[in-house]
Write a protein that binds this ligand. Sequence first.
Ligand SMILES: NC(=O)c1ccc[n+]([C@@H]2O[C@H](COP(=O)([O-])OP(=O)(O)OC[C@H]3O[C@@H](n4cnc5c(N)ncnc54)[C@H](OP(=O)(O)O)[C@@H]3O)[C@@H](O)[C@H]2O)c1
Length: 245
Amino acid sequence: MNTILVIGGTSDIGRAIALRFAAAGWRIQIAGRDTAGLAREAADIAARTTSDVSVHRLDILSGPSFVAFLDSLGSLPDVAVSVVGLLGDARRAEADPSHAADVMRSNFEGPALLLGELAERFVSRGSGVLIGISSVAGERGRASNYVYGASKAGFTAFLSGLRNRLARHGIRVVTINPGFVRTKMTAAIKLPPIVTAEPGEVADAVFASATGKRRGDVLYVRRIWSPIMLVIRSIPETVFKRLSL
Ligand SMILES: NC(=O)c1ccc[n+]([C@@H]2O[C@H](COP(=O)([O-])OP(=O)(O)OC[C@H]3O[C@@H](n4cnc5c(N)ncnc54)[C@H](OP(=O)(O)O)[C@@H]3O)[C@@H](O)[C@H]2O)c1
Protein backbone atom coordinates (compact mmCIF):
# COMPACT_ATOMS: atom_id res chain seq x y z
CA MET A 1 0.00 0.00 0.00
CA ASN A 2 1.32 3.47 -0.89
CA THR A 3 1.81 6.15 1.75
CA ILE A 4 1.58 9.95 1.47
CA LEU A 5 2.90 12.43 4.04
CA VAL A 6 0.83 15.65 4.09
CA ILE A 7 2.88 18.43 5.71
CA GLY A 8 0.39 21.08 6.86
CA GLY A 9 -2.47 18.64 7.33
CA THR A 10 -4.85 21.10 9.02
CA SER A 11 -5.01 23.43 6.01
CA ASP A 12 -8.12 23.26 3.85
CA ILE A 13 -5.97 22.16 0.92
CA GLY A 14 -4.08 19.61 3.06
CA ARG A 15 -7.35 18.11 4.31
CA ALA A 16 -8.65 17.77 0.76
CA ILE A 17 -5.39 16.11 -0.34
CA ALA A 18 -5.43 13.63 2.56
CA LEU A 19 -9.04 12.71 1.84
CA ARG A 20 -8.39 12.32 -1.92
CA PHE A 21 -5.51 9.88 -1.36
CA ALA A 22 -7.37 8.03 1.43
CA ALA A 23 -10.34 7.53 -0.89
CA ALA A 24 -7.93 5.85 -3.33
CA GLY A 25 -6.69 3.48 -0.60
CA TRP A 26 -3.41 5.18 0.33
CA ARG A 27 -2.01 5.19 3.88
CA ILE A 28 -2.03 8.75 5.21
CA GLN A 29 0.50 10.50 7.47
CA ILE A 30 -0.71 13.99 8.42
CA ALA A 31 1.67 16.43 10.09
CA GLY A 32 1.27 19.83 11.71
CA ARG A 33 1.48 21.78 14.94
CA ASP A 34 -2.23 21.50 15.87
CA THR A 35 -2.38 17.88 17.00
CA ALA A 36 -5.99 18.20 18.24
CA GLY A 37 -7.05 19.49 14.80
CA LEU A 38 -5.09 16.70 13.11
CA ALA A 39 -6.73 14.09 15.36
CA ARG A 40 -10.18 15.41 14.36
CA GLU A 41 -9.17 15.22 10.73
CA ALA A 42 -7.83 11.67 11.14
CA ALA A 43 -11.13 10.63 12.72
CA ASP A 44 -13.04 12.20 9.82
CA ILE A 45 -10.90 10.37 7.23
CA ALA A 46 -11.27 7.09 9.15
CA ALA A 47 -15.05 7.57 9.22
CA ARG A 48 -15.23 8.16 5.48
CA THR A 49 -12.64 5.69 4.16
CA THR A 50 -10.94 2.45 5.18
CA SER A 51 -7.49 4.03 5.09
CA ASP A 52 -4.96 3.92 7.88
CA VAL A 53 -4.21 7.49 9.12
CA SER A 54 -1.45 8.54 11.52
CA VAL A 55 -0.92 11.96 13.13
CA HIS A 56 2.54 13.53 13.59
CA ARG A 57 3.48 16.71 15.42
CA LEU A 58 5.60 19.17 13.43
CA ASP A 59 6.43 22.86 13.77
CA ILE A 60 7.81 24.00 10.41
CA LEU A 61 9.72 26.81 12.20
CA SER A 62 11.70 24.26 14.20
CA GLY A 63 14.35 23.02 11.75
CA PRO A 64 16.44 21.17 14.37
CA SER A 65 13.44 18.88 15.06
CA PHE A 66 13.08 17.66 11.46
CA VAL A 67 15.38 14.63 11.72
CA ALA A 68 13.55 13.34 14.82
CA PHE A 69 10.21 14.10 13.12
CA LEU A 70 11.11 12.02 10.06
CA ASP A 71 12.54 9.22 12.23
CA SER A 72 9.20 9.12 14.12
CA LEU A 73 7.09 8.52 11.01
CA GLY A 74 7.58 4.76 11.25
CA SER A 75 7.85 4.31 7.49
CA LEU A 76 9.26 6.61 4.86
CA PRO A 77 6.35 7.81 2.63
CA ASP A 78 6.24 7.20 -1.12
CA VAL A 79 5.00 10.76 -1.71
CA ALA A 80 5.45 13.86 0.46
CA VAL A 81 3.51 17.05 -0.18
CA SER A 82 4.29 20.33 1.56
CA VAL A 83 1.10 22.36 1.99
CA VAL A 84 2.35 24.39 4.95
CA GLY A 85 2.42 28.15 4.54
CA LEU A 86 1.64 31.56 6.03
CA LEU A 87 0.02 34.40 4.09
CA GLY A 88 0.52 36.82 6.98
CA ASP A 89 -0.52 40.45 6.97
CA ALA A 90 1.16 42.14 4.00
CA ARG A 91 1.07 45.67 5.49
CA ARG A 92 2.45 44.43 8.81
CA ALA A 93 5.18 42.44 7.05
CA GLU A 94 6.37 45.67 5.34
CA ALA A 95 7.15 47.34 8.66
CA ASP A 96 7.59 44.55 11.22
CA PRO A 97 10.72 42.47 10.53
CA SER A 98 9.72 39.72 12.96
CA HIS A 99 6.39 39.20 11.16
CA ALA A 100 8.17 39.30 7.79
CA ALA A 101 10.62 36.68 9.09
CA ASP A 102 7.73 34.43 10.18
CA VAL A 103 6.23 34.64 6.68
CA MET A 104 9.59 33.98 4.99
CA ARG A 105 10.49 31.09 7.28
CA SER A 106 7.03 29.44 7.12
CA ASN A 107 6.83 29.51 3.32
CA PHE A 108 10.46 29.02 2.39
CA GLU A 109 13.03 28.08 5.02
CA GLY A 110 10.98 25.44 6.86
CA PRO A 111 9.42 23.65 3.87
CA ALA A 112 12.72 23.76 1.92
CA LEU A 113 14.79 22.33 4.79
CA LEU A 114 12.25 19.57 5.45
CA LEU A 115 11.89 18.57 1.79
CA GLY A 116 15.69 18.69 1.52
CA GLU A 117 15.97 16.20 4.40
CA LEU A 118 13.29 14.00 2.82
CA ALA A 119 15.15 14.17 -0.50
CA GLU A 120 18.26 12.66 1.11
CA ARG A 121 16.19 9.74 2.39
CA PHE A 122 14.42 9.26 -0.94
CA VAL A 123 17.80 9.19 -2.73
CA SER A 124 19.10 6.54 -0.29
CA ARG A 125 16.00 4.44 -0.94
CA GLY A 126 16.03 5.14 -4.69
CA SER A 127 12.39 6.27 -5.06
CA GLY A 128 9.90 8.93 -4.05
CA VAL A 129 7.93 11.95 -5.18
CA LEU A 130 8.23 15.38 -3.54
CA ILE A 131 5.48 17.92 -4.17
CA GLY A 132 5.60 21.54 -3.05
CA ILE A 133 2.57 23.80 -3.00
CA SER A 134 4.05 27.15 -4.02
CA SER A 135 2.24 30.14 -5.53
CA VAL A 136 1.84 32.31 -8.61
CA ALA A 137 2.72 35.13 -6.17
CA GLY A 138 6.29 33.80 -6.38
CA GLU A 139 6.53 34.48 -10.12
CA ARG A 140 6.62 38.26 -9.82
CA GLY A 141 6.98 40.52 -6.81
CA ARG A 142 3.97 42.81 -6.40
CA ALA A 143 3.44 45.79 -4.09
CA SER A 144 0.41 44.14 -2.48
CA ASN A 145 2.17 41.04 -1.08
CA TYR A 146 5.87 40.93 -1.95
CA VAL A 147 7.08 39.42 1.33
CA TYR A 148 4.80 36.39 0.85
CA GLY A 149 5.59 36.39 -2.88
CA ALA A 150 9.36 36.48 -2.29
CA SER A 151 9.13 33.59 0.17
CA LYS A 152 7.21 31.53 -2.39
CA ALA A 153 9.75 32.55 -5.09
CA GLY A 154 12.50 31.15 -2.86
CA PHE A 155 10.56 27.91 -2.38
CA THR A 156 9.89 27.63 -6.13
CA ALA A 157 13.61 28.13 -6.92
CA PHE A 158 14.56 25.55 -4.28
CA LEU A 159 12.16 22.99 -5.80
CA SER A 160 13.53 23.74 -9.27
CA GLY A 161 17.12 23.13 -8.14
CA LEU A 162 16.16 20.00 -6.20
CA ARG A 163 14.33 18.66 -9.29
CA ASN A 164 17.40 19.31 -11.41
CA ARG A 165 19.63 17.50 -8.91
CA LEU A 166 17.33 14.52 -8.27
CA ALA A 167 16.21 13.80 -11.86
CA ARG A 168 19.17 11.44 -12.35
CA HIS A 169 18.22 9.55 -9.18
CA GLY A 170 14.67 8.80 -10.38
CA ILE A 171 13.10 11.07 -7.73
CA ARG A 172 10.39 13.41 -9.05
CA VAL A 173 9.99 16.93 -7.68
CA VAL A 174 6.78 18.75 -8.63
CA THR A 175 5.86 22.39 -8.05
CA ILE A 176 2.15 23.16 -7.87
CA ASN A 177 1.00 26.75 -8.21
CA PRO A 178 -2.68 26.64 -7.30
CA GLY A 179 -3.66 30.19 -8.32
CA PHE A 180 -6.42 31.46 -6.03
CA VAL A 181 -8.07 28.81 -3.83
CA ARG A 182 -11.16 29.26 -1.68
CA THR A 183 -9.80 28.45 1.81
CA LYS A 184 -9.66 30.03 5.25
CA MET A 185 -6.39 31.71 4.18
CA THR A 186 -8.26 33.74 1.54
CA ALA A 187 -11.65 34.00 3.30
CA ALA A 188 -11.31 37.80 3.66
CA ILE A 189 -10.35 38.37 0.00
CA LYS A 190 -12.87 38.78 -2.85
CA LEU A 191 -11.67 36.27 -5.45
CA PRO A 192 -12.66 36.21 -9.16
CA PRO A 193 -14.53 32.88 -9.62
CA ILE A 194 -13.05 31.94 -13.01
CA VAL A 195 -9.48 31.83 -11.65
CA THR A 196 -10.38 30.48 -8.19
CA ALA A 197 -10.16 26.76 -7.48
CA GLU A 198 -11.76 24.73 -4.72
CA PRO A 199 -9.43 22.78 -2.38
CA GLY A 200 -10.69 19.55 -4.00
CA GLU A 201 -9.35 20.69 -7.39
CA VAL A 202 -5.89 21.18 -5.87
CA ALA A 203 -6.18 17.71 -4.32
CA ASP A 204 -7.10 16.23 -7.72
CA ALA A 205 -4.08 17.91 -9.33
CA VAL A 206 -1.74 16.60 -6.60
CA PHE A 207 -3.20 13.10 -6.94
CA ALA A 208 -2.98 13.14 -10.75
CA SER A 209 0.61 14.33 -10.58
CA ALA A 210 1.70 11.87 -7.87
CA THR A 211 0.20 8.94 -9.78
CA GLY A 212 1.60 10.03 -13.16
CA LYS A 213 -1.81 10.85 -14.68
CA ARG A 214 -0.94 14.52 -15.07
CA ARG A 215 2.50 15.20 -16.49
CA GLY A 216 4.65 18.24 -15.83
CA ASP A 217 7.17 19.51 -13.33
CA VAL A 218 5.43 22.83 -12.67
CA LEU A 219 1.62 22.79 -12.70
CA TYR A 220 -1.13 25.36 -12.46
CA VAL A 221 -4.30 23.84 -11.00
CA ARG A 222 -6.59 25.80 -13.35
CA ARG A 223 -4.79 25.91 -16.68
CA ILE A 224 -6.01 29.48 -17.36
CA TRP A 225 -3.20 30.64 -15.02
CA SER A 226 -0.56 29.64 -17.57
CA PRO A 227 -1.37 32.43 -20.11
CA ILE A 228 -2.15 34.89 -17.29
CA MET A 229 1.28 34.40 -15.73
CA LEU A 230 2.97 34.47 -19.14
CA VAL A 231 1.56 37.97 -19.63
CA ILE A 232 2.39 39.09 -16.08
CA ARG A 233 5.99 37.83 -16.37
CA SER A 234 6.42 39.58 -19.74
CA ILE A 235 5.51 43.11 -18.61
CA PRO A 236 8.72 45.20 -18.56
CA GLU A 237 9.76 46.33 -15.07
CA THR A 238 9.56 50.01 -16.12
CA VAL A 239 5.84 49.49 -16.86
CA PHE A 240 5.17 47.00 -14.07
CA LYS A 241 6.33 49.38 -11.32
CA ARG A 242 3.59 51.86 -12.30
CA LEU A 243 0.79 49.31 -12.09
CA SER A 244 -1.28 48.76 -8.93
CA LEU A 245 -1.31 45.01 -8.56
N1 LIG B 1 -5.56 29.73 -0.61
C1 LIG B 1 -4.93 30.20 -1.70
O1 LIG B 1 -5.48 31.00 -2.49
C2 LIG B 1 -3.54 29.72 -2.02
C3 LIG B 1 -3.00 30.08 -3.26
C4 LIG B 1 -1.72 29.67 -3.58
C5 LIG B 1 -0.99 28.91 -2.68
N2 LIG B 1 -1.53 28.60 -1.48
C6 LIG B 1 -0.71 27.81 -0.57
O2 LIG B 1 -1.38 26.61 -0.24
C7 LIG B 1 -0.95 26.18 1.06
C8 LIG B 1 -2.18 25.90 1.94
O3 LIG B 1 -2.91 27.09 2.08
P1 LIG B 1 -4.41 27.19 2.56
O4 LIG B 1 -5.08 28.17 1.68
O5 LIG B 1 -4.99 25.83 2.71
O6 LIG B 1 -4.19 27.96 3.92
P2 LIG B 1 -4.22 27.57 5.45
O7 LIG B 1 -5.48 26.82 5.72
O8 LIG B 1 -3.93 28.81 6.21
O9 LIG B 1 -3.00 26.56 5.57
C9 LIG B 1 -1.76 26.85 6.09
C10 LIG B 1 -1.23 25.59 6.75
O10 LIG B 1 0.10 25.81 7.19
C11 LIG B 1 0.17 25.40 8.55
N3 LIG B 1 1.23 26.09 9.29
C12 LIG B 1 1.49 27.42 9.31
N4 LIG B 1 2.54 27.65 10.12
C13 LIG B 1 2.94 26.44 10.60
C14 LIG B 1 3.98 26.02 11.48
N5 LIG B 1 4.82 26.90 12.05
N6 LIG B 1 4.15 24.70 11.70
C15 LIG B 1 3.30 23.79 11.16
N7 LIG B 1 2.27 24.13 10.34
C16 LIG B 1 2.11 25.44 10.07
C17 LIG B 1 -1.19 25.71 9.14
O11 LIG B 1 -1.34 25.04 10.36
P3 LIG B 1 -2.35 25.59 11.52
O12 LIG B 1 -3.69 25.01 11.17
O13 LIG B 1 -1.76 25.03 12.76
O14 LIG B 1 -2.32 27.10 11.45
C18 LIG B 1 -2.06 25.18 7.99
O15 LIG B 1 -2.14 23.78 8.04
C19 LIG B 1 -0.05 27.29 1.61
O16 LIG B 1 1.31 26.95 1.35
C20 LIG B 1 -0.43 28.49 0.75
O17 LIG B 1 0.61 29.42 0.68
C21 LIG B 1 -2.80 28.97 -1.13
